[in-house]
Ligand binder design. Structure first.
Ligand code: UDX
Length: 433
């Protein structure tokens, strides 16, 4: 089937390449000419395991191409909308200008029997408004909402083998067309939920709100653990054995960041206020506040471990991205902690396997090195803020040999306290003593 994907960021680029893998004839559209040039050459514009291979395969087969010209999408039967919905600059709400721009532009070029399929995360009620927009612009194209649940670092697998597919449709024929698009994905037997627009939009928002709440719940327990001498990781293991709770997303640390969870819970709060239902999701303000407090806690621990001040003290910061296996530093707790320490006058040397380029754009004032060894050399404190495999696997004896004084803050609770203490370290986790 001929398919277009509008917007080639993390979501759209992966989706376009995955659709080509499924055998479709795909064109990805993006206004950023540099990005389109890279993608056309089979180069991923960001770090995502498996994407370069998928791009090369698609381009090599002739089934995948990229363009800056929306007119190239005109011949497609299905158009996926994968443009960004960032947080508005001066409020918690979502900025829908890219969604509106894409729909207005599509309305001018698409065939009347084509289907526009929203994948972006939008405030509930958006899809209904987009149909009105299409009709006002004179287009008879249909609209469906098919939210995407991909995680960065696992985006390729999450797209090709998702847990479930959700279709928000106004007409059963549109669901049937989506079944054709996803025929090979559905063949694995995954659940497919066909519903209305509002439910489909809410599924995505609710899933992210739940995940954020789960993380902030365990981080709230970390605060209690810190006040009582309890250990939050053992607590998480113990409650996680209850199948109703589950152990995943119960890792306490410096909390969630990235391009989705923080902005999505804020946009949800803003939307609920518009709907006169602010109280229903008032707890999400707490979820956000707990999350932000954990970054402060990591900084306070650094001050404490260094005897009352970090001023002019040498601190190695291990990790900059919001999570491992990504180069994304959007709303990254790790980068925030590095910048706060620098702001307090610490001599921060920060390192990350993939995130330095993006981190430098946000915080050019920091001192970056590509080598963990260089960051650690002569440092008085190491702070592990993103749990990359290579930091988890660091040998405490070797690290002690590099540092001026063996002190470590394990802000993701991934190191073994006993072996680091045995190597002479003053070790502190978050929510464990
Ligand atoms: C998330 C959702 O998981 C995904 O379904 C949605 O489509 C987009 O948003 P992503 O932003 O890629 O995906 O990251 P995710 O793996 O969910 O992690 C989000 C943040 O939570 C990271 O900063 C991570 O470090 C943090 N986290 C996660 C914790 O602090 N503790 C945990 O137990 C799990």
């Amino acid at each position: 089937m001929k398919i277009s994907v509008i917007g080639c960021g993390y979501l759209g680029a992966v989706h376009a390449a995955a659709m080509a893998r499924l055998g479709h004839d795909v064109v990805g559209i993006d206004t950023d000419a540099a990005k389109v040039e890279k993608l056309s050459a089979g180069v991923a514009p960001f770090f995502e395991p498996g994407l370069p291979e998928l791009l090369s395969e698609g381009i090599g087969s002739g089934r995948l191409r990229f363009s800056t010209d929306l007119a190239d999408a005109a011949g497609a039967r299905v158009h996926f909308l994968a443009v960004g919905t960032p947080q508005l600059p001066n409020s918690d709400g979502a900025d829908l200008r890219y969604v509106h721009g894409a729909v207005d532009a599509l309305a001018r070029v698409v065939a009347p029997d084509s289907l526009i399929v929203g994948k972006s995360t939008v405030p509930v009620g958006t899809a209904g408004g987009l149909v009105d927009r299409l009709r006002t612009a004179g287009s008879r194209a249909a609209l469906a909402w098919n939210p995407e649940f991909l995680r960065e670092g696992f985006a390729v697998a999450d797209t090709l083998t998702p847990d479930r597919l959700v279709y928000g449709v106004a007409d059963a024929d549109d669901a049937a067309l989506l079944d054709e698009v996803y025929v090979d994905v559905l063949a694995t037997g995954i659940p497919r939920i066909v519903t209305d627009y509002a439910t489909a939009e809410l599924v995505k928002t609710a899933a992210n709100a739940f995940l954020a709440t789960k993380i902030s719940f365990i981080n709230a327990m970390a605060e209690i653990a810190e006040a009582t001498g309890a250990d939050v990781t053992t607590l998480a293991d113990a409650i996680g054995h209850d199948a109703r709770i589950g152990r995943r997303f119960l890792n306490a640390g410096i909390g969630f960041g990235g391009g989705c969870l923080p902005k999505d819970i804020r946009a949800f709060t803003a939307r609920a206020e518009e709907l006169g239902r602010a109280e229903s999701v008032a707890f999400l303000r707490q979820v956000d506040a707990i999350n932000l407090r954990r970054r402060e806690r990591a900084v306070d621990l650094a001050v404490e471990l260094l005897g009352g001040s970090v001023f002019e003290r040498r601190i190695a910061v291990l990790g900059l991205t919001f999570k491992p296996d990504s180069d994304d530093t959007r709303d990254s707790p790790a980068l925030d902690v590095a910048a706060r320490l620098h702001g307090l006058g610490a001599r921060v040397r920060a390192t990350d396997p993939e995130g330095i380029g993006n981190a430098r754009l946000r915080h050019p004032q920091l001192d970056y090195t590509t080598s963990a060894e260089e960051a650690l050399r002569d440092a008085e404190l190491a702070v592990l803020v993103t749990e990359w495999r290579e930091y988890r696997d660091l040998d405490p004896e070797r690290v002690a040999g590099l540092m001026a004084t063996p002190r470590v803050i394990d802000a993701r609770n991934v190191l073994d306290p006993a072996s680091w203490r045995a190597a002479g370290f003053a070790y502190r986790g978050l929510g464990r003593s």
